[in-house]
Design a protein around this ligand. Structure first.
Ligand SMILES: [Zn+2]
Length: 68
């Protein structure tokens, strides 16, 4: 079996397999969800849980997360 890549949710800090996380990228001056997980640039992962996604999108530390 192929080993699944592990990523950390940048909101709750839990480690999980990439499939259980959404990837976000900073593009055109705003946060965008990377549906295909193939977009250019530094990505941030957040788990698909509603609390995490909402909390993640509500915070404003984009500079730190994406090293802007
Ligand atoms: Zn999370």
């Amino acid at each position: 079996m192929k080993k699944k890549p592990i990523r950390t949710c940048c909101y709750c800090r839990k480690k999980m397999i990439k499939d259980e996380l959404n990837r976000f990228v900073w593009a055109d001056g705003e946060i965008q969800i990377d549906v295909g997980q193939k977009m250019q640039g530094r990505g941030a992962y957040c788990c698909v849980r509603k609390e995490c996604t909402e909390g993640f999108l509500r915070q404003k530390k984009w500079g730190r997360i994406f090293r802007l």
